[in-house]
Design a protein around this ligand. Sequence first.
Ligand code: PLP
Length: 380
Amino acid sequence: MPLNQQTECVNAAIGQDQAYGAVTPPLYLSSNYKFPAYGEMGKYDYGRGGNPNRDALAEAITKLETGCGGVITSSGMAAIDLVLNLVPYGGLVLAPHDCYGGTYRLLLSRQEQGRFRVEFINQTSNNASSTIRAKNPDLVFIETPSNPLMRLSDISALSSAAHDIGALAVCDNTFLSPARQTPLTLGADIVLHSTTKFINGHSDVVGGAVVAAREDIAEKLAWWANCTGVTGAPFDSFLTIRGLRTLHARMDVQEKSARQIVKYLRGHPSVKSVHYPDGQLAKKQQSGPGAMLSFELNAQSDTLKYFFANTGIFQFAESLGGTESLICHPATMTHRAMTPEQRNTAGISDTLVRMSVGMEHKDDLFASLTTMILNLQKAD
Ligand SMILES: Cc1ncc(COP(=O)(O)O)c(C=O)c1O
Protein backbone atom coordinates (compact mmCIF):
# COMPACT_ATOMS: atom_id res chain seq x y z
CA MET A 1 0.00 0.00 0.00
CA PRO A 2 1.45 3.43 -0.88
CA LEU A 3 2.35 5.56 2.11
CA ASN A 4 0.19 8.52 3.08
CA GLN A 5 1.63 11.87 1.87
CA GLN A 6 2.13 12.96 5.48
CA THR A 7 4.26 9.86 6.12
CA GLU A 8 6.22 10.48 2.90
CA CYS A 9 7.11 13.95 4.23
CA VAL A 10 8.22 12.69 7.64
CA ASN A 11 10.10 9.79 6.08
CA ALA A 12 11.94 11.67 3.30
CA ALA A 13 15.52 10.31 3.05
CA ILE A 14 15.26 8.73 6.52
CA GLY A 15 17.34 5.62 7.25
CA GLN A 16 19.13 5.54 3.90
CA ASP A 17 22.73 6.25 4.88
CA GLN A 18 24.98 3.50 3.51
CA ALA A 19 28.20 4.65 5.24
CA TYR A 20 27.28 4.62 8.96
CA GLY A 21 23.57 3.88 9.14
CA ALA A 22 22.73 7.45 10.17
CA VAL A 23 18.97 7.76 10.59
CA THR A 24 18.76 11.32 9.26
CA PRO A 25 20.57 12.13 6.00
CA PRO A 26 24.20 13.31 6.28
CA LEU A 27 25.18 16.60 4.68
CA TYR A 28 27.44 16.33 1.60
CA LEU A 29 29.11 19.67 1.00
CA SER A 30 31.83 18.40 -1.33
CA SER A 31 31.80 20.12 -4.71
CA ASN A 32 33.40 17.14 -6.48
CA TYR A 33 33.52 13.34 -6.33
CA LYS A 34 36.19 10.76 -7.19
CA PHE A 35 35.93 8.73 -10.36
CA PRO A 36 36.08 5.00 -9.43
CA ALA A 37 38.61 4.21 -12.19
CA TYR A 38 39.82 5.28 -15.61
CA GLY A 39 36.83 5.52 -17.97
CA GLU A 40 34.35 4.83 -15.15
CA MET A 41 31.79 7.21 -13.66
CA GLY A 42 30.32 7.12 -10.16
CA LYS A 43 26.82 8.36 -9.39
CA TYR A 44 28.17 11.89 -8.81
CA ASP A 45 31.04 13.80 -10.40
CA TYR A 46 30.45 17.52 -9.83
CA GLY A 47 28.10 19.35 -7.44
CA ARG A 48 26.44 21.62 -9.98
CA GLY A 49 24.94 18.65 -11.79
CA GLY A 50 24.27 16.34 -8.85
CA ASN A 51 24.45 16.22 -5.05
CA PRO A 52 22.98 13.65 -2.62
CA ASN A 53 21.13 16.22 -0.45
CA ARG A 54 19.67 17.99 -3.46
CA ASP A 55 18.67 14.68 -5.04
CA ALA A 56 17.00 13.50 -1.82
CA LEU A 57 14.92 16.68 -1.69
CA ALA A 58 14.06 16.46 -5.41
CA GLU A 59 12.99 12.84 -4.96
CA ALA A 60 10.81 13.72 -1.96
CA ILE A 61 9.03 16.65 -3.64
CA THR A 62 8.65 14.66 -6.88
CA LYS A 63 6.89 11.89 -4.93
CA LEU A 64 4.60 14.37 -3.13
CA GLU A 65 3.68 16.03 -6.43
CA THR A 66 3.26 12.61 -8.14
CA GLY A 67 5.79 13.51 -10.86
CA CYS A 68 8.46 11.64 -12.85
CA GLY A 69 11.46 13.77 -11.94
CA GLY A 70 12.39 17.08 -10.41
CA VAL A 71 15.08 19.71 -10.05
CA ILE A 72 15.94 21.73 -6.96
CA THR A 73 16.89 25.31 -7.73
CA SER A 74 18.50 28.16 -5.80
CA SER A 75 15.20 30.12 -5.56
CA GLY A 76 11.61 30.10 -6.70
CA MET A 77 12.50 32.61 -9.42
CA ALA A 78 15.29 30.31 -10.60
CA ALA A 79 12.67 27.53 -10.81
CA ILE A 80 10.43 29.72 -12.99
CA ASP A 81 13.33 30.84 -15.18
CA LEU A 82 14.46 27.23 -15.57
CA VAL A 83 11.03 26.28 -16.92
CA LEU A 84 11.07 29.24 -19.32
CA ASN A 85 14.03 27.58 -21.09
CA LEU A 86 11.43 25.23 -22.58
CA VAL A 87 9.77 28.10 -24.50
CA PRO A 88 11.11 28.29 -28.08
CA TYR A 89 12.83 31.48 -29.22
CA GLY A 90 10.13 34.03 -30.15
CA GLY A 91 7.39 31.81 -28.66
CA LEU A 92 4.43 32.97 -26.61
CA VAL A 93 3.83 32.64 -22.85
CA LEU A 94 0.39 33.26 -21.37
CA ALA A 95 0.46 34.22 -17.70
CA PRO A 96 -2.11 35.45 -15.17
CA HIS A 97 -2.52 39.23 -15.02
CA ASP A 98 -2.33 39.09 -11.21
CA CYS A 99 0.62 36.74 -10.76
CA TYR A 100 3.41 37.24 -8.20
CA GLY A 101 5.20 40.56 -8.94
CA GLY A 102 8.59 38.87 -9.42
CA THR A 103 7.13 36.49 -12.01
CA TYR A 104 5.54 39.44 -13.79
CA ARG A 105 8.87 41.27 -13.86
CA LEU A 106 10.82 38.24 -15.09
CA LEU A 107 8.37 37.53 -17.92
CA LEU A 108 8.34 41.18 -19.05
CA SER A 109 12.14 41.42 -18.87
CA ARG A 110 12.59 38.27 -20.96
CA GLN A 111 10.16 39.76 -23.48
CA GLU A 112 12.09 43.07 -23.55
CA GLN A 113 15.24 41.05 -24.23
CA GLY A 114 13.51 39.54 -27.27
CA ARG A 115 13.64 36.04 -25.81
CA PHE A 116 9.86 35.38 -26.16
CA ARG A 117 6.52 37.20 -26.09
CA VAL A 118 4.27 37.32 -23.06
CA GLU A 119 0.59 38.15 -22.66
CA PHE A 120 -1.12 38.54 -19.30
CA ILE A 121 -4.70 37.32 -19.24
CA ASN A 122 -7.40 36.84 -16.64
CA GLN A 123 -7.18 33.08 -16.11
CA THR A 124 -10.08 33.10 -13.68
CA SER A 125 -12.61 34.28 -16.28
CA ASN A 126 -15.08 31.85 -17.86
CA ASN A 127 -13.54 32.29 -21.29
CA ALA A 128 -9.92 31.70 -20.18
CA SER A 129 -9.84 28.31 -21.96
CA SER A 130 -11.09 29.73 -25.26
CA THR A 131 -8.59 32.63 -24.94
CA ILE A 132 -5.79 30.08 -24.55
CA ARG A 133 -6.92 28.16 -27.64
CA ALA A 134 -7.26 31.38 -29.67
CA LYS A 135 -3.87 32.82 -28.67
CA ASN A 136 -2.05 29.55 -29.34
CA PRO A 137 0.80 29.95 -26.80
CA ASP A 138 3.76 27.62 -26.25
CA LEU A 139 3.44 27.71 -22.47
CA VAL A 140 0.55 28.53 -20.15
CA PHE A 141 1.75 29.69 -16.74
CA ILE A 142 -0.84 29.15 -14.01
CA GLU A 143 -0.63 30.45 -10.44
CA THR A 144 -3.43 29.33 -8.17
CA PRO A 145 -4.32 30.62 -5.66
CA SER A 146 -2.92 33.85 -7.07
CA ASN A 147 -0.70 36.21 -5.11
CA PRO A 148 -2.04 38.36 -3.41
CA LEU A 149 -5.74 38.07 -4.30
CA MET A 150 -6.14 34.30 -3.78
CA ARG A 151 -8.09 34.03 -7.03
CA LEU A 152 -8.46 30.49 -8.28
CA SER A 153 -7.86 29.21 -11.78
CA ASP A 154 -9.24 25.89 -12.92
CA ILE A 155 -6.08 23.80 -13.34
CA SER A 156 -7.73 20.95 -15.27
CA ALA A 157 -9.64 23.25 -17.65
CA LEU A 158 -6.59 25.43 -18.37
CA SER A 159 -4.26 22.43 -18.75
CA SER A 160 -6.66 20.75 -21.12
CA ALA A 161 -6.96 23.96 -23.22
CA ALA A 162 -3.15 24.17 -23.29
CA HIS A 163 -2.91 20.55 -24.46
CA ASP A 164 -5.48 21.15 -27.23
CA ILE A 165 -2.98 23.47 -28.91
CA GLY A 166 0.18 21.55 -27.92
CA ALA A 167 1.27 23.98 -25.19
CA LEU A 168 2.83 23.13 -21.84
CA ALA A 169 0.75 23.79 -18.71
CA VAL A 170 2.91 24.93 -15.79
CA CYS A 171 1.50 25.57 -12.33
CA ASP A 172 3.07 27.55 -9.50
CA ASN A 173 1.89 25.67 -6.38
CA THR A 174 3.76 27.80 -3.83
CA PHE A 175 0.70 29.04 -1.93
CA LEU A 176 -0.76 25.64 -1.08
CA SER A 177 2.12 23.16 -1.28
CA PRO A 178 1.49 19.50 -2.17
CA ALA A 179 -0.20 19.13 1.23
CA ARG A 180 -3.23 20.97 -0.18
CA GLN A 181 -2.99 20.75 -4.00
CA THR A 182 -1.26 18.49 -6.54
CA PRO A 183 -1.52 20.16 -9.99
CA LEU A 184 0.01 17.21 -11.89
CA THR A 185 -2.95 15.04 -10.85
CA LEU A 186 -5.19 17.74 -12.40
CA GLY A 187 -3.42 17.66 -15.77
CA ALA A 188 -0.53 20.15 -15.49
CA ASP A 189 2.75 19.10 -17.13
CA ILE A 190 5.00 20.89 -14.67
CA VAL A 191 4.53 22.06 -11.10
CA LEU A 192 6.92 24.47 -9.43
CA HIS A 193 7.50 25.96 -6.00
CA SER A 194 9.25 28.65 -4.16
CA THR A 195 10.36 26.18 -1.44
CA THR A 196 11.29 29.33 0.51
CA LYS A 197 7.63 29.27 1.63
CA PHE A 198 5.55 26.38 3.02
CA ILE A 199 7.82 23.50 1.92
CA ASN A 200 10.78 24.67 3.99
CA GLY A 201 8.42 26.53 6.30
CA HIS A 202 10.94 28.18 8.64
CA SER A 203 11.94 31.32 6.72
CA ASP A 204 15.62 30.41 6.76
CA VAL A 205 16.21 29.18 3.20
CA VAL A 206 15.59 30.66 -0.25
CA GLY A 207 14.99 27.84 -2.70
CA GLY A 208 12.86 26.43 -5.48
CA ALA A 209 11.70 23.17 -7.03
CA VAL A 210 10.37 22.07 -10.40
CA VAL A 211 8.65 18.72 -10.92
CA ALA A 212 7.64 17.30 -14.31
CA ALA A 213 4.85 14.89 -15.11
CA ARG A 214 6.84 13.29 -17.94
CA GLU A 215 10.32 11.82 -18.13
CA ASP A 216 11.28 13.75 -21.30
CA ILE A 217 10.39 17.09 -19.68
CA ALA A 218 12.25 16.16 -16.46
CA GLU A 219 15.35 15.32 -18.52
CA LYS A 220 15.26 18.65 -20.37
CA LEU A 221 14.87 20.53 -17.08
CA ALA A 222 17.80 18.68 -15.49
CA TRP A 223 19.92 19.42 -18.57
CA TRP A 224 19.15 23.14 -18.46
CA ALA A 225 19.65 23.26 -14.68
CA ASN A 226 23.18 21.88 -15.03
CA CYS A 227 23.89 23.98 -18.11
CA THR A 228 22.86 27.28 -16.51
CA GLY A 229 23.92 26.38 -12.95
CA VAL A 230 20.66 27.31 -11.21
CA THR A 231 20.71 24.25 -8.97
CA GLY A 232 20.25 24.67 -5.19
CA ALA A 233 22.99 24.43 -2.57
CA PRO A 234 23.48 21.21 -0.52
CA PHE A 235 22.97 22.88 2.86
CA ASP A 236 19.79 24.58 1.66
CA SER A 237 18.50 21.20 0.49
CA PHE A 238 19.46 19.66 3.85
CA LEU A 239 17.50 22.34 5.73
CA THR A 240 14.56 22.18 3.34
CA ILE A 241 14.13 18.43 3.75
CA ARG A 242 14.21 18.97 7.51
CA GLY A 243 11.45 21.56 7.16
CA LEU A 244 9.46 19.35 4.80
CA ARG A 245 9.05 16.66 7.48
CA THR A 246 6.55 18.83 9.38
CA LEU A 247 4.70 20.25 6.35
CA HIS A 248 1.38 18.60 7.20
CA ALA A 249 1.48 19.40 10.90
CA ARG A 250 2.35 23.02 10.14
CA MET A 251 -0.28 23.38 7.46
CA ASP A 252 -3.00 21.88 9.69
CA VAL A 253 -2.31 24.33 12.55
CA GLN A 254 -1.80 27.36 10.31
CA GLU A 255 -4.89 26.64 8.22
CA LYS A 256 -7.05 26.24 11.34
CA SER A 257 -6.06 29.71 12.58
CA ALA A 258 -6.43 31.20 9.07
CA ARG A 259 -10.03 29.92 8.89
CA GLN A 260 -10.80 31.58 12.25
CA ILE A 261 -9.26 34.87 11.16
CA VAL A 262 -11.23 34.78 7.88
CA LYS A 263 -14.45 34.17 9.80
CA TYR A 264 -13.70 37.19 12.00
CA LEU A 265 -12.80 39.49 9.09
CA ARG A 266 -15.77 38.55 6.91
CA GLY A 267 -18.51 41.00 7.77
CA HIS A 268 -16.23 43.20 9.94
CA PRO A 269 -17.17 46.89 9.37
CA SER A 270 -13.52 47.90 8.86
CA VAL A 271 -13.04 45.29 6.16
CA LYS A 272 -14.37 45.75 2.61
CA SER A 273 -13.61 42.26 1.29
CA VAL A 274 -11.77 39.11 2.28
CA HIS A 275 -9.92 36.87 -0.16
CA TYR A 276 -9.52 33.25 0.91
CA PRO A 277 -9.56 30.21 -1.38
CA ASP A 278 -12.45 28.23 0.12
CA GLY A 279 -15.14 28.42 -2.61
CA GLN A 280 -16.52 25.86 -5.07
CA LEU A 281 -13.43 25.54 -7.28
CA ALA A 282 -11.24 25.23 -4.19
CA LYS A 283 -13.31 22.27 -3.06
CA LYS A 284 -12.86 20.69 -6.50
CA GLN A 285 -9.09 21.02 -6.82
CA GLN A 286 -7.70 21.56 -3.30
CA SER A 287 -7.80 19.45 -0.17
CA GLY A 288 -7.99 22.61 1.97
CA PRO A 289 -7.81 26.42 1.72
CA GLY A 290 -4.35 26.80 3.30
CA ALA A 291 -2.96 29.57 5.48
CA MET A 292 -2.76 32.57 3.14
CA LEU A 293 -5.39 35.28 2.97
CA SER A 294 -5.76 38.90 1.99
CA PHE A 295 -8.31 41.58 2.72
CA GLU A 296 -9.17 45.12 1.73
CA LEU A 297 -9.55 47.64 4.50
CA ASN A 298 -12.46 50.03 4.56
CA ALA A 299 -10.14 53.03 4.82
CA GLN A 300 -8.33 55.78 2.93
CA SER A 301 -4.88 54.62 1.83
CA ASP A 302 -3.20 57.47 3.78
CA THR A 303 -4.49 55.98 7.08
CA LEU A 304 -2.85 52.59 6.46
CA LYS A 305 0.26 53.68 8.35
CA TYR A 306 -1.82 53.58 11.55
CA PHE A 307 -2.93 50.02 10.82
CA PHE A 308 0.67 48.90 10.27
CA ALA A 309 2.07 51.03 13.16
CA ASN A 310 1.88 48.15 15.63
CA THR A 311 1.56 44.72 14.01
CA GLY A 312 2.25 42.91 17.31
CA ILE A 313 2.98 39.20 16.88
CA PHE A 314 2.71 39.56 13.08
CA GLN A 315 6.03 40.44 11.47
CA PHE A 316 5.61 43.33 9.03
CA ALA A 317 7.52 41.58 6.26
CA GLU A 318 7.35 40.04 2.82
CA SER A 319 7.42 36.31 2.08
CA LEU A 320 5.04 33.71 3.46
CA GLY A 321 4.61 30.15 4.62
CA GLY A 322 6.84 30.24 7.72
CA THR A 323 5.92 29.19 11.26
CA GLU A 324 5.82 32.91 12.19
CA SER A 325 2.86 35.04 11.12
CA LEU A 326 3.55 37.74 8.56
CA ILE A 327 1.57 40.72 7.37
CA CYS A 328 2.36 42.88 4.37
CA HIS A 329 1.11 45.65 2.11
CA PRO A 330 1.38 44.30 -1.46
CA ALA A 331 1.22 47.71 -3.22
CA THR A 332 4.39 48.99 -1.48
CA MET A 333 6.08 45.65 -0.79
CA THR A 334 5.65 42.40 -2.76
CA HIS A 335 4.02 44.01 -5.80
CA ARG A 336 5.87 47.34 -5.94
CA ALA A 337 7.63 46.21 -9.16
CA MET A 338 4.30 46.64 -10.93
CA THR A 339 3.18 50.12 -12.06
CA PRO A 340 0.02 51.56 -10.40
CA GLU A 341 -1.82 50.92 -13.70
CA GLN A 342 -0.69 47.28 -13.77
CA ARG A 343 -1.76 46.84 -10.15
CA ASN A 344 -5.07 48.47 -10.93
CA THR A 345 -5.69 46.08 -13.84
CA ALA A 346 -4.81 43.16 -11.57
CA GLY A 347 -7.21 44.45 -8.88
CA ILE A 348 -4.48 45.05 -6.28
CA SER A 349 -5.73 48.13 -4.44
CA ASP A 350 -3.75 50.40 -2.12
CA THR A 351 -5.78 49.21 0.87
CA LEU A 352 -5.09 45.51 0.30
CA VAL A 353 -3.36 43.66 3.15
CA ARG A 354 -1.86 40.17 2.80
CA MET A 355 -1.44 37.79 5.69
CA SER A 356 0.50 34.56 6.09
CA VAL A 357 -0.86 32.87 9.21
CA GLY A 358 1.72 31.10 11.34
CA MET A 359 1.71 28.72 14.29
CA GLU A 360 1.33 31.14 17.21
CA HIS A 361 -1.60 30.62 19.57
CA LYS A 362 -4.83 32.02 18.12
CA ASP A 363 -5.44 34.28 21.16
CA ASP A 364 -2.16 36.11 20.46
CA LEU A 365 -2.95 36.36 16.75
CA PHE A 366 -6.36 37.84 17.51
CA ALA A 367 -4.96 40.26 20.09
CA SER A 368 -2.56 41.68 17.47
CA LEU A 369 -5.15 41.77 14.71
CA THR A 370 -7.70 43.63 16.83
CA THR A 371 -5.04 46.15 17.89
CA MET A 372 -4.22 46.88 14.23
CA ILE A 373 -7.90 47.36 13.38
CA LEU A 374 -8.48 49.56 16.47
CA ASN A 375 -5.51 51.76 15.53
CA LEU A 376 -6.98 52.19 12.07
CA GLN A 377 -10.42 53.04 13.42
CA LYS A 378 -8.90 55.66 15.75
CA ALA A 379 -7.17 57.30 12.76
CA ASP A 380 -10.40 57.39 10.75
C1 PLP B 1 3.82 32.52 -5.86
C2 PLP B 1 5.29 32.77 -5.85
N1 PLP B 1 6.06 32.21 -6.80
C3 PLP B 1 7.39 32.41 -6.84
C4 PLP B 1 8.02 33.22 -5.93
C5 PLP B 1 9.51 33.45 -6.02
O1 PLP B 1 10.18 32.70 -5.06
P1 PLP B 1 11.61 33.08 -4.43
O2 PLP B 1 11.43 34.29 -3.61
O3 PLP B 1 11.98 31.86 -3.65
O4 PLP B 1 12.54 33.32 -5.58
C6 PLP B 1 7.26 33.83 -4.93
C7 PLP B 1 7.91 34.69 -3.93
O5 PLP B 1 7.27 35.30 -3.10
C8 PLP B 1 5.86 33.59 -4.89
O6 PLP B 1 5.08 34.17 -3.96
